[in-house]
Write a protein that binds this ligand. Structure first.
Ligand SMILES: [Zn+2]
Ligand SMILES: [Zn+2]
Length: 239
């Protein structure tokens, strides 16, 4: 993980300088290999370093690759490193990569590669997201989370989770245990009121019936909790 100034804590990947600077828009990805960076390069860089020599890796599963003999594995990693050394690259966060990809597609007059959210509260709007949470908590009495996994030992157990948006998803407001239509409507109204003064309006509100947690007893007598995507009673999206 890296800390991106624009997106906060994120996964990362590597791109060649030409893609990074927008000089080239056609992409070729390095095949995945354990321990090697996730790299994408322009077609010219791919030609220059004979990237097709790695094509055989595309036919192998991750397990196949891990099960190679130690010598073969090291040799392979060396070849991949050697190819990396021949090009100038930039390491960027995965969301920066997504944004770059959208820019390139649009430059080439292609349809967006995935549904794009450009009008939603993101990492850089975290003050507004905090204000939203505080506003809702002062104006609405939330049921409480019942499983520790959801509130992670916080004193505030209000059964609401707000997740910031990014280029791939809208800001989401997930609430639990509010099953009455009237109550749901009241909360939706509060959110609408808050967003009257916010310019980035895209948002998603989901009412979950309950937390969906499977509790398991472990062989050593301990317990584990696993969270699942629960049953959504109602969903309101402002696009
Ligand atoms: Zn390049
Ligand atoms: Zn970023």
């Amino acid at each position: 993980m890296i800390i991106c100034k624009k997106h906060g804590l994120s996964g990362f990947c590597t791109v060649c300088i030409h893609l990074f600077e927008g000089l080239e828009t056609a992409w070729v990805a390095f095949p995945g290999f354990p321990g090697a960076a996730l790299t994408t390069v322009c077609v010219h860089c791919a030609e220059k370093i004979n990237l097709s020599e790695l094509d055989h890796l595309k036919d192998m599963t991750f397990d196949d690759q891990l099960n190679m003999s130690e010598d073969a594995f090291e040799k392979q990693l060396e070849i991949i490193d050697e190819k990396h050394r021949q090009i100038t690259t930039k390491t960027i966060c995965t969301l920066c990569y997504d944004e770059l990809q959208v820019t390139h597609y649009r430059k080439a007059s292609l349809p967006d590669p995935f549904p794009v959210y450009e009008n939603t509260l993101v990492y850089q709007d975290r003050d507004q997201i905090q204000q939203l949470e505080a506003y809702l908590k002062t104006h609405f009495t939330f049921p409480e989370f019942r499983y520790s996994i959801f509130h992670q030992d916080q004193p505030d157990r209000s059964a609401i989770q707000i997740s910031r948006g990014n280029i791939r998803k809208p800001l989401s407001i997930d609430v639990y245990y509010i099953t009455e239509q009237d109550q749901q409507q009241q909360l939706i109204q509060l959110v609408d009121t808050f967003f009257e003064r916010i310019t980035k309006k895209q948002r998603l509100i989901r009412f979950y019936e309950k937390e969906d947690v499977i509790c398991k007893t472990l062989p050593n007598g301990g317990h584990s909790q696993e969270r699942r995507e629960g049953n959504v009673l109602r969903e309101v999206e402002i696009k």
